[in-house]
Design a protein around this ligand. Structure first.
Ligand code: GSH
Length: 260
């Protein structure tokens, strides 16, 4: 049964530029549900590693949703909860088969390595990504300061080293960029069948696709659908930009690229 939105306290632990938070805010906006936001600075202040936050989200990532104090983590689960718990337009296809296809599309969008996409455009003359190296040093400094946070910081340091390895191999970078490009083509093929990526109406997959396309544009890959390539994706992207949810959710597709 849908919760009574007016009586329910909905709090999103959030970071403005985070792609996952943008997906979540799009789902809220399309559902027409109002909520409170608390910023968790995942960059300079590294608040995601603070004990009060890891008590809510053991993986030390945003977003986290609190519904009347009940904690929900993982963007995929969060947006499904938003759709299920509250009144508003249904953001899932009607059939079980449609939901399965939508979930698969969302998993594939979430599965891309957005960090590689960003930093592959930021390599120096030696093929290294100074920002990624600096972030690795920052994480090691956090570890020296807060040895009690070793478990989560060590896993984040391992992820940073893995990304540096990927960035050092042009073939690997190409593979990741190719996966993102293939996803844009797949969105184009889906749009040949239905006006939205998973149904004839807006679904959670559109929230994911919109945030992903915005991220690709931010990183300089708009060429995948501009200038005549993938015209259905170009038209879809314009339509998504025109929806009230675009600005309500604060989708970022230009400017300063500083999100991990
Ligand atoms: N699978 C997780 C991924 C969340 C995630 O990676 N969030 C990023 C921002 S988009 C984050 O919090 N990063 C923190 C960091 O890099 O330390 C989810 O969907 O919630």
């Amino acid at each position: 049964m849908p919760a009574d939105v007016r009586a329910t306290k909905i709090l999103l632990y959030d970071f403005p530029g985070s792609i996952c938070c943008q997906m979540t805010r799009l789902a809220f906006a399309e559902k027409g549900v109002s909520y409170e936001r608390q910023t968790v600075d995942i960059m300079a202040a590294a608040e995601q590693f603070e004990p009060w936050y890891t008590a809510l989200n053991a993986k030390a990532v945003v977003p986290t949703l609190a519904i009347d104090g009940e904690i929900v983590t993982d963007t995929f689960r969060i947006v499904h909860r938003i759709d299920k718990d509250f009144d508003g337009p249904r953001l899932t296809p009607a059939s079980a088969e449609g939901v399965k296809a939508m979930d698969q599309m969302m998993a594939d969008i979430m599965g891309l390595h957005y960090g590689v996409l960003l930093y592959s455009r930021r390599l120096d003359a030696d093929g290294k990504a100074p920002t990624v190296i600096a972030r690795g040093e920052f994480l090691r400094e956090q570890l020296r300061k807060y040895p009690e946070r070793a478990e989560i910081l060590n896993s984040r340091i391992a992820g940073n080293e893995k990304m540096q390895k990927i960035l050092a191999q042009p073939g690997e970078v190409e593979r990741h960029v190719g996966q993102a490009r293939a996803l844009v083509s797949r969105i184009g093929r889906a749009l040949a069948k239905t006006p939205f990526v998973s149904a004839s109406h807006y679904t959670l997959a559109d929230a994911f696709a919109t945030a992903a396309l915005a991220r690709f544009r931010l990183h300089g890959f708009e060429i995948w659908w501009s200038a005549g390539a993938n015209p259905s994706v170009a038209a879809y992207y314009r339509r998504m930009q025109e929806r009230p949810s675009w600005s309500a959710a604060g989708v970022v597709d230009s400017g300063n690229e500083r999100d991990p």
